[in-house]
Design a protein around this ligand. Structure first.
Ligand SMILES: Nc1ncnc2c1ncn2[C@@H]1O[C@H](COP(=O)(O)OP(=O)(O)O)[C@@H](O)[C@H]1O
Ligand SMILES: N[C@@H](CCC(=O)OP(=O)(O)O)C(=O)O
Length: 383
């Protein structure tokens, strides 16, 4: 019997495979169709053997650089978006052709950070991806670069892949890049060695990683480790390896770095805690602070003393204790303009006065994450 922790890979029913820009593009700013086809051959094999595959692919911006007449990755958002619009079409066209040769259809899913945060959108994306998989199609996922604004972007697809892994309840995630796994020092340094197995991310906390990726990728190893942390905390084991090793990785062979799953904290809560930019602050009284810190209560209007910022229902906000310290983050259920009229009032009073619907929590406990209890170190955040 194969008792290696990597045996989850050949046994996995549903896998998410993420490939980075650096593995898909040539130095001249055009797509590397040979690399793309090599990946598709392996994924198609898995699909035809009955496995379900979700492909998270970067490369839209990188593939658009050449067609846009540029020679290097642009810096300003509008040009990045224009390149993505040019490149995404090319990317999906090439995947469609390559999978079609194996008799497999692909469906494009362009997601934004909000699709993985807001409950209704999360469920919507979950339903449509489940349906696509049930139809035997391979979802080809990327960030919707054309419409996302700077402060709400993933920017890199590493964290997107982890959140998608959670969304589709993947049994494993494979992160493909241009290096064969996490090394004990940046791989450009002589003597840097591959780390084959990580069972606790604390063990690699001291490893030097850079946030600068290749000339076309973004985030480098820092965002990959953050992605690993989100996925493994959501119960999804991860292999991080070079794109050329994808077949071996899916077969459970000793390539790259294997990270074991840690638990079942929801990725959505991890995202609320660390990835989303907060839009405002709610100041709490003593009682509400204690209730929130207790970990099981929702936040009610009665315990809020003041509202700061401008936000809509569903946005992430910070919760501030009377001493000024931030104690938690959460997704607020009311717009900033609605809240001042509700503050300090009991839910009974609000229902009598304003009617059904005004007796709901300001932040439901499922949408609340205490500060410092999520297992993500802030030093690992994306640059
Ligand atoms: N300790 C480390 N182990 C492995 N790679 C590292 C480490 N530190 C930095 N890196 C760099 O991270 C890069 C991968 O990130 P990136 O270019 O963003 O990839 P992608 O485009 O595939 O997402 C590698 O090329 C490597 O140079
Ligand atoms: N959504 C972007 C991803 C940007 C990017 O460079 O990501 P990655 O190569 O995964 O670090 C694209 O398709 O170009």
């Amino acid at each position: 019997m194969n008792t290696s922790p990597r045996s989850v890979l050949p046994a996995a029913r549903r896998v998410v495979v993420k490939i980075g820009s650096s593995s898909l593009t040539r130095p001249d700013g055009h797509l590397d169709v040979v690399a793309l086809r090599a990946l598709v051959d392996v994924l198609a094999e898995r699909r035809r053997a009955g496995g379900e595959v979700v492909l998270v692919t970067s490369g839209a911006v990188a593939a658009g650089i050449g067609p846009a007449g540029l020679v290097s990755r642009p810096k300003d958002l509008a040009t990045v978006q224009a390149c993505a619009m040019l490149g995404q079409g090319q990317l999906v066209a090439r995947y469609t052709e390559a999978f079609a040769e194996h008799g497999i259809g692909v469906g494009q899913a362009l997601l934004t950070a909000e699709d993985t945060v807001r409950r209704a959108r999360y469920r919507n994306a979950q339903r449509s991806l489940d349906k696509l998989l049930a139809l035997g199609v391979v979802p080809v996922v990327n960030e919707n670069d054309a419409v996302t604004v700077d402060e709400l972007r993933f920017g890199d697809n590493d964290r997107l892949a982890a959140l998608v892994s959670h969304l589709v309840r993947a049994d494993a995630m494979v992160l493909l890049t241009d290096v064969d796994g996490l090394h004990d020092a940046p791989p450009s340094r002589p003597g840097a060695r591959r780390i084959p197995l990580v069972t606790d991310l604390a063990d690699v906390a001291g490893v030097e990683v850079t946030a600068r990726g290749s000339s076309v990728g973004t985030g480098g190893m820092v965002t990959k480790l953050e992605s690993v942390r989100i996925a493994t905390s959501a119960g999804v084991p991860v292999v991080l390896t070079a794109a050329r090793n994808v077949r071996a990785a899916l077969a459970g062979e000793d390539v790259g770095t294997f990270f074991t799953a840690q638990g079942r904290t929801t990725a959505r809560r991890l995202w609320i805690a660390h990835a989303a930019r907060t839009e405002g602050r709610l100041h709490l009284d003593d009682g509400a602070t204690r209730a929130v810190l207790g970990g099981r209560a929702s936040l009610l209007p009665a315990g809020i003393t003041r509202v700061e910022g401008s936000f809509d229902a569903g946005d992430p906000v910070e919760l501030v204790a009377p001493d000024g310290g931030v104690v938690a983050r959460g997704l607020v259920a009311y717009d900033a303009t609605e809240l001042p009229g509700l503050l300090g009032r009991s839910t009974f009073d609000l229902r009598d006065d304003l009617g059904e619907g005004y007796d709901r929590e300001v932040i439901h406990r499922d949408d609340l994450v205490l500060d410092g209890r999520t297992g993500l170190s802030s030093s690992a955040s994306a640059s």
